[in-house]
Design a binder for this molecule. Structure first.
Ligand SMILES: Nc1nc2c(ncn2[C@@H]2O[C@H](COP(=O)(O)OP(=O)(O)O)[C@@H](O)[C@H]2O)c(=O)[nH]1
Ligand SMILES: [Mg+2]
Length: 283
């Protein structure tokens, strides 16, 4: 808990000192192997010479960035593996102007993903619908239109558990890659990536003028929350200390009572001894 607070303080400090640049920052977020790095490569036009490392094993451990003409793409490690990865992913979220939440739909969202979306909502508040772009990846694996029903189910989940309705795209990075490599425009279109890229271009133009004000107000909210969390952590420590003190306080008071009784005994005995002394002296 304290470690997390310290990390958050450090993130906020570096961010406010370094700034986040003039272009909108689009960060890919989601569980490991959702297809985040593959998608960012396609958006960056790195069709065959990948910039963001992809793979069947976990390849992204640190956030990495690539600046395009319009925006900065930020790749984060998948969440839900270990603390260091999550720390990196949260750093990516803190500094993002838009989150590209990538989900590979074997099915609807699981609890872990809903928890992540709740965190995004906490970061963007009423701007969430605009600042969150939901991306269902690996469309090429879709069979019998299952993706459409998964997509509607996810929208229901988002409404029910988070109260948001972000825009949603279905994409396939491998289909796009093939379409470009083999010069097949129909396949390229069917990958969903051109439509997504166009949406992101428009969005980046739309939010360009409000970047600084939204970043500043998000930082203020984070700062206020952080101060509240620190106060709460201090109060919890204080309560813990005083609850630890109770058994000792009880022991101390029992000890003091015992000493007082001993003293009383001693002084009454003292009087008896003095009386005996007196008797002896008078012999
Ligand atoms: N069939 C298919 N596989 C994909 C697609 N996108 C990514 N993959 C594969 O899924 C695995 C994880 O992808 P990656 O981009 O590294 O996921 P990340 O961990 O979320 O960054 C890799 O083996 C990719 O080749 C896609 O659109 N279709
Ligand atoms: Mg990756």
């Amino acid at each position: 808990m304290l470690k997390e607070l310290e990390n958050h303080c450090n993130r906020l400090l570096t961010e406010t000192q370094a700034g986040n640049g003039a272009k909108p920052r689009f960060a890919a977020w989601g569980l490991v192997k959702a297809g985040k790095s593959s998608l960012l490569n396609m958006l960056a036009g790195r069709i065959t010479d990948e910039y963001f490392k992809t793979g069947v094993v976990r390849t992204t451990r640190l956030n990495s960035e690539l600046e395009t003409n319009q925006y900065v793409l930020v790749d984060t490690p998948g969440l839900g593996i270990d603390q260091d990865d999550s720390e990196q992913a949260f750093k990516g979220l803190d500094s993002a102007d838009v989150v590209l939440f990538v989900h590979s739909p074997q099915g609807e969202f699981d609890q872990e993903e809903i928890d992540l979306i709740v965190k995004i909502k906490a970061a963007y508040k009423e701007e969430t619908d605009r600042r969150l772009v939901l991306i269902l990846s690996q469309l090429d694996k879709d069979q019998n239109g299952a993706m459409d029903s998964i997509s509607s189910r996810i929208m229901e989940q988002l409404q029910e558990y988070v109260g948001i309705q972000p825009i949603c795209f279905q994409i396939s990075s491998t289909r796009y890659q093939k379409g470009i490599a083999e010069n097949k425009p129909a396949l390229t279109q069917k990958s969903g990536i051109p439509a997504l890229a166009q949406y992101l271009n428009t969005l980046s133009l739309e939010i360009k003028d409000q970047l600084e004000s939204v970043r500043t107000s998000r930082q203020q909210i984070r700062k206020a929350q952080l101060l509240k969390d620190i106060d709460q952590a201090i109060e919890e420590e204080r309560q813990l200390l005083s609850s630890l003190k109770i058994p000792y306080m009880e022991k101390i008071s029992a000890f003091n009572q015992m000493m007082a009784e001993l003293k009383k005994d001693f002084s009454s005995h003292g009087a008896e001894i003095k009386a005996v002394q007196k008797k002896i002296n008078s012999i």
